[in-house]
Design a protein around this ligand. Structure first.
Ligand SMILES: C[S@@+](CC[C@H](N)C(=O)[O-])C[C@H]1O[C@@H](n2cnc3c(N)ncnc32)[C@H](O)[C@@H]1O
Length: 278
């Protein structure tokens, strides 16, 4: 690989990350986190056994869904994310709960921390959105001290959010070469392979979060279309094509109808994984 190639790769990666940052800043992700998946943060903090005084990193922290309960458990917490725009809501949430957190911009594929900095490294439906899975997994291991823990919550490919991304795929531009689909982090074999023999005591469990915020499939589609960055991007991609837009509406409503049935109450499956760094 020549120097020119490296520079071109780096430039392409910077452009990709800039698009991702813009995407996650669209809509109202803080509302999604607070309204739909707030319970996942305490689940991950509990599963990882976070103790007072431990140095904890929340990777792809967003508004601190994990960072805030980790700080409430007495840990010394750093929240890192590609999209610092989300820290505004995170700081408010932390202040409302009386905890202090360090909020630091960072790419999960190149974390700005020295080796072995943290006792516990956590990520709730976060690191899964970094496109280069092996690089991101390597970083989780690198910044966690030997004997420290890694804890992850990831949407499964066969669960609701995995299906949502599959449903949106035909409506968005293809990912660049080397970028992997986020829900693969919900495949236990994939994550075990990513972490390899650098971890031990791997414990996994598939669980679900119950989402009852949407009475009808149309209500789900309307909220998601306005609020969730990746879906907003999909709608923008087909904005000039009313037929494709209608197809996207139908895809989202069909998915919500299938999961919500007559009640609108949905179960969204995720993989909970904890491991100890060797
Ligand atoms: C679905 S949100 C999850 C946020 C939070 N962990 C939660 O539980 O609500 C995904 C997060 O991943 C972040 N993200 C995406 N790509 C990233 C990357 N390469 N490095 C760090 N964060 C990234 C986004 O900015 C966003 O905050």
């Amino acid at each position: 690989m020549t120097e020119t190639d490296v520079t071109a790769d780096q430039a392409a990666d910077r452009a990709l990350k800039a698009r991702h940052r813009t995407m996650w800043g669209l809509g109202d992700y803080p509302d999604v986190a607070a309204r739909l998946i707030a319970e996942l943060g305490p689940v991950l903090v509990g599963a990882a056994g976070v103790r007072p005084g431990e140095r904890v990193l929340d990777v792809a922290a967003g508004t601190g869904n994990v960072a805030v309960p980790a700080a409430r458990a007495g840990a010394d917490v750093t929240a890192s994310d590609l999209t610092p725009e989300l820290f505004v809501a995170g700081r408010e949430a932390a202040a409302a709960r009386g905890v202090t957190i360090r909020w630091e911009e960072g790419d999960a594929e190149a974390l700005p921390y020295a080796d072995d900095t943290f006792d516990v490294t956590l990520s709730c439906v976060g690191v899964m959105f970094a496109p280069h899975h092996q690089q991101a997994a390597d970083e989780l291991v690198r910044v966690t001290r030997p004997g420290g823990r890694i804890g992850l919550i990831s949407w499964t490919p066969e669960g609701f959010v995995g299906e949502l991304f599959a449903a949106m795929k035909p409506f968005v531009p293809p990912p660049p070469p080397g970028a992997m689909p986020p829900p693969r982090w919900g495949d236990e074999a994939h994550v075990r392979a990513l972490l390899g023999d650098r971890v031990t005591d791997v414990v996994t469990e598939k669980r679900t979060v119950t989402v009852s915020a949407f009475d009808t499939p149309e209500a789900f589609r309307a909220y998601w279309r306005e609020t969730y960055g990746p879906t907003i991007v999909a709608y923008r991609t087909v904005a000039d094509d009313p037929a494709r837009t209608a197809e996207l509406d139908a895809a989202l409503e069909g998915l919500a109808a299938r999961y919500g049935g007559t009640t609108g109450v949905m179960s969204w499956e995720y993989l909970l994984l904890t491991a100890r760094v060797v």
